[in-house]
Design a protein around this ligand. Sequence first.
Ligand SMILES: CC(C)(COP(=O)(O)OP(=O)(O)OC[C@H]1O[C@@H](n2cnc3c(N)ncnc32)[C@H](O)[C@@H]1OP(=O)(O)O)[C@@H](O)C(=O)NCCC(=O)NCCS
Length: 167
Amino acid sequence: MLCDGLVIAPSTPADEAAIFDVERDAFGRDDEARLALALMAAPAWTLSVVARRRDRVIGHVLLTEIGAPVRAAALAPLAVAAPYREMQVGSRLVADALERARQAGFEAVFVLGDNLYYERFGFSAALATPFAVEWQGPHFMALELVPGALAGKAGRLDYPPAFFAAA
Ligand SMILES: CC(C)(COP(=O)(O)OP(=O)(O)OC[C@H]1O[C@@H](n2cnc3c(N)ncnc32)[C@H](O)[C@@H]1OP(=O)(O)O)[C@@H](O)C(=O)NCCC(=O)NCCS
């Protein structure tokens, strides 16, 4: 089933409280909500996209620029309000954010998450293997926004400090 009346768009400062609530309720704790707001306030480039239904925020995704051998962003966190899950809201948020990042000149996106969920967008754990980060492992994945962007690349990824405060 698809969610009717869904509008996907970059968030505005007025959405911050609603973003906090959606992230907190989705994860059942404050960590990801605090991470989202901390990243949005930090100096690094971020792209915050919300899903609205009847003017209410029901989903949110954040991309943040990270230091990498190519121009790259981290996708985190992603949340959809429980009553609206399994209606492609998360998929539309991720697809929209990835396309905006591609248009902004980003070459790759990294994510730590459920492999089955993120593989549908083209994320791959194998692509992320050459990159060193504290949360490296089977659930750490990469996606090329520019085909071949990560080929032959390796090295350290530098995430903004907020990621470590939340860990
Ligand atoms: C994960 C989450 C964002 C998915 O949002 P959603 O709007 O329900 O996702 P979609 O409707 O776009 O799902 C698309 C597909 O992914 C599948 N899917 C949903 N959640 C999944 C999960 N956690 N793991 C694997 N597959 C999942 C759906 O079954 C659906 O499959 P289909 O296309 O074959 O029917 C949402 O469940 C959520 O907010 N969860 C709590 C917070 C969280 O875990 N965030 C992600 C951290 S990595």
